[in-house]
Ligand binder design. Structure first.
Ligand SMILES: [Fe+2]
Length: 290
């Protein structure tokens, strides 16, 4: 089932799109347009529809928040059809030039993005009427970058926010980097968060502060349990969140609540390093599809 919702936030327009292989989509993704600039592009399983949605006012510039296929999936097609320039952080440019393999659930839900040339963003991107300042915010992914329109207090936040009490981490997400990135962003003034999955237009900064408090709480509690001598498995068990189980199953453990706790343990035990959680039963045998 395909779902398309038009988003209108004053001068910022956008769409929330989702496609469920069977039944309603599990998760929808948003992209935003303003003054010829498109922030993120949706996923390639909806390429034809996205190209049609952009037909009336094609973008001249695409800003990518990160390389994940639900955000970058149509960048190459939009560039080709509308001659748009793709911009992103230097790490995004490197990843988009040689995309990593993706897992079966990513193929099923989003489809693969195509490799493309991305111009690394300079200090800021000026569309004529608006100025978008990139802020490098790793944690959700190594290349994650948000774009701030300072004058209007708009934050195009990709997957930095998603929810105050986030229920899922991908296996490569890093809680300590997310905490540092959110703190960095909170040093700036903004009100509206144009999130990749859940726009938060009023009190966006307060919502992001709440997410920071939630992540710091998790890490603090995990740290206290480690100090008391709890084992990894005991800590993970104590945080069990059954509401996320169907996602864990669908993604073969690549997306789970456990990953967040594991990342918190990791950040306390060996800050700065990253051990991959052994959550995906197929990882030893299956590393993804091209
Ligand atoms: Fe993402």
């Amino acid at each position: 089932m395909i779902k398309i919702k038009k988003l209108e936030f004053g001068e910022v327009k956008g769409y929330m799109i989702g496609k469920g292989p069977v039944g309603p989509p599990l998760m929808s993704v948003a992209f935003y347009m303003i003054d010829g600039v498109l922030i993120d592009t949706g996923f390639s399983r909806m390429e034809k529809i996205v190209l049609e949605l952009l037909e009336k006012k094609p973008p001249h510039t695409i800003l990518l928040t990160h390389f994940h296929e639900d955000h970058s999936g149509n960048a190459a097609a939009i560039k080709k059809r509308y001659n748009a320039k793709i911009c992103g952080s230097l790490p995004t440019a490197r990843l988009m030039a040689a995309l990593p393999k993706i897992l079966p659930y990513e193929h099923l839900i989003w489809g693969r993005a195509s490799e493309s040339d991305v111009d690394p963003v300079a200090e800021s991107i000026n569309s004529g009427r608006y100025c978008f300042t990139p802020i490098y915010t790793p944690g959700h992914s190594a290349d994650h970058t948000v774009y701030l329109e300072k004058e209007h207090g708009w934050l195009f936040s990709g997957d930095l926010y998603i929810a105050e009490k986030i229920k899922f981490f991908r296996s490569d997400e890093r809680i300590e980097d997310q905490i540092d990135s959110i703190k960095k962003v909170l040093e700036h003034d903004f009100d509206a968060i144009f999130c990749g999955h859940r726009p938060c237009l009023e009190n966006g900064k307060a919502s992001l502060k709440s997410k920071l408090a939630f992540l710091e709480d998790i890490r603090g509690n995990v740290g206290k349990m480690l100090e008391k001598g709890y084992a990894e498995n005991q800590i993970i068990k104590s945080f069990q969140n059954s509401s996320a189980r169907h996602i864990k199953l669908l993604t073969m453990g690549n997306v789970s609540f456990r990953n967040m706790i594991y990342s918190a343990i990791n950040s306390c035990v060996s800050p700065g390093s990253h051990r991959s959680p052994n959550d995906n039963v197929l990882y030893p045998f299956f590393s993804g599809w091209k």
